[in-house]
Design a protein around this ligand. Structure first.
Ligand SMILES: [Fe+2]
Length: 465
């Protein structure tokens, strides 16, 4: 966001002045000892007036002008300058819908690669899904080796093992097969294959210097949406901290969401991954980086998830519910990949790192409590969320509607049989201070609409006990 208005005016002395805006964001630069000084040539915006009144700041027109904001060139780029405007990042090619896996080989052949490392887990190998993929490759002259050691909450050791296999076999591209864990593990392997170093070197936002090896992500859950995002979460097994690598270079080249591959998901995994997708949609919608584009896909995702998740949990063979959930989780991914997430994910990462708990379950338990915390600053957006979840919010004020939305999320949790407290997950109160400190450092915390303190985050954890 720019501070200065790009036009000029003539003042009484016929001098040309550049008009400047005082906004809620830069208000503090013009205040001293509880007084806001507005010099000639500055425009006080309505938002800044409101903020000054709320903070009991006296408005004084005239000098002194205590703290001139530095020119942008002197100040260097601020976080908001670095994010002027918005990117919209997603894979170039995305296959969706029942049976789409059969069309994947044509897209893969067009990549002109010869040998794949297929990153998956032991279960998908055991039930023969990995073989379906490798047979498809072999029939079209593409060689492949399988790494099936990915654990839930993939670790640094998983990444190193897979990378070793890739180098030993001289693979020139990577296929991930499964849910979020194989996708994240594969992203880290593909990134290190071209950038070198350790995965911890890339914690943060866009820290890599080179594109990763081409990655084809075949999804079997709905969903983390990791098959189409620039997020890669790897657990440091020494410190039990989940490292968030947010890097456009880990975005897969091709994503594949064939609901036929999701029919076999057990009810508990369907519920957990579905609640993860709902959390993505809600956090993206209330994020500080939300745009009309991300709002559109986040809101549609909420509508679909509240309608189809209970059906998919109740009957895993419900093909319509599986297909609609595949689309919903993909749209939630489009939303959070570009608008970011919030405290639910920042905190859930700590629970996953510390206790190895499933990501979707951690999100689901925390979601109502973080929504309640965010009501103070995001009640209007949360009242929209309630509407998208099907609540009858007509005639309700923003706070009342927000509460209805939180209640609807709780009802959904009960409907799909997810634990509703951290105590039920054997989380210890003694670990809360450390987890809260790490949550505040998590990249996902940056876009939460209400920025909190260590005490705030600890309290949210305790509320969820
Ligand atoms: Fe997630």
């Amino acid at each position: 966001m720019l501070v200065y208005v790009p036009y000029e005016l003539i003042d009484d002395g016929q001098r040309v002045l550049t008009k400047k805006l005082i906004t809620p964001d830069n208000l503090e630069n013009f205040c001293t000892d509880g007084t806001l000084y507005v010099e000639p040539g500055y425009i006080l915006t309505p938002g800044a007036i409101d903020k000054a009144r709320l903070a009991d700041i006296t408005i004084h027109h005239g000098k002194p002008h205590p703290k001139e904001p530095p020119a942008l060139s002197e100040a260097g780029p601020s976080p908001s300058d670095q994010h002027a405007g918005h990117d919209f990042i997603m894979p170039t090619i995305n296959l969706l819908g029942s049976g789409c896996l059969t069309r994947a080989i044509g897209k893969i052949k067009a990549m002109d690669c010869s040998k794949a490392l297929v990153v998956t887990d032991a279960m998908l190998c055991k039930v023969g899904v990995a073989t379906i993929v490798t047979d498809m490759l072999f029939q079209h002259g593409i060689d492949a080796v399988i790494y099936d050691g990915t654990c839930p909450n993939p670790s640094v050791a998983n990444v190193q093992s897979g990378l070793g296999l890739l180098r030993k076999n001289r693979c020139d591209f990577v296929i991930s097969l499964g849910g979020g864990s194989p996708h994240d593990c594969a992203k880290a392997i593909a990134l290190l294959a071209t950038n070198g170093g350790d995965i911890s070197d890339y914690v943060g936002i866009d820290r890599s210097h080179s594109p990763s090896l081409p990655l084809v992500a075949i999804n079997t859950t709905a969903g983390t949406a990791s098959e189409m995002t620039r997020f890669c979460i790897i657990t440091n097994e020494q410190t039990h901290v989940k490292m968030a690598i947010v890097d456009q270079n880990v975005t897969p080249a091709i994503s594949i969401n064939d609901p036929q591959l999701m029919l076999g998901m057990p009810a508990s995994l369907t519920a957990a991954t579905g609640m993860d997708a709902l959390t993505h949609a809600i956090e993206a919608y209330i994020s500080t980086q939300a745009t009309p584009l991300t709002d559109a896909v986040a809101s549609k995702a909420m509508e679909l998830i509240v309608k189809y998740l209970p059906r998919a949990v109740e009957n895993g063979q419900d093909e319509e519910a599986r297909e609609q959930m595949a689309y919903a989780q993909f749209m939630a991914g489009m939303a959070f990949n570009n608008a970011g997430l919030g405290y639910v994910h920042a905190m859930a990462h700590q629970l996953g790192g510390k206790y190895g708990l499933p990501h979707g379950i951690c999100n689901a338990v925390l979601l109502p409590y973080v929504m309640a915390y965010n009501m103070e600053t995001a009640a209007n957006r949360l009242s929209d969320v309630a509407y998208f979840l099907g609540c009858r919010v007509h005639g309700k004020n923003a706070r009342e509607a927000s509460v209805m939305g939180i209640e609807e999320v709780c009802r959904l949790l009960l409907k799909v049989n997810i634990p509703t407290s951290l105590t039920a997950l054997n989380v210890s109160e003694a670990d809360i201070p450390c987890m809260a400190a790490n949550a505040l450092k998590d990249a996902c915390a940056l876009t939460n609409p209400r920025q909190g303190t260590q005490t705030d985050i600890e309290q949210i954890f305790r509320n969820a006990l």
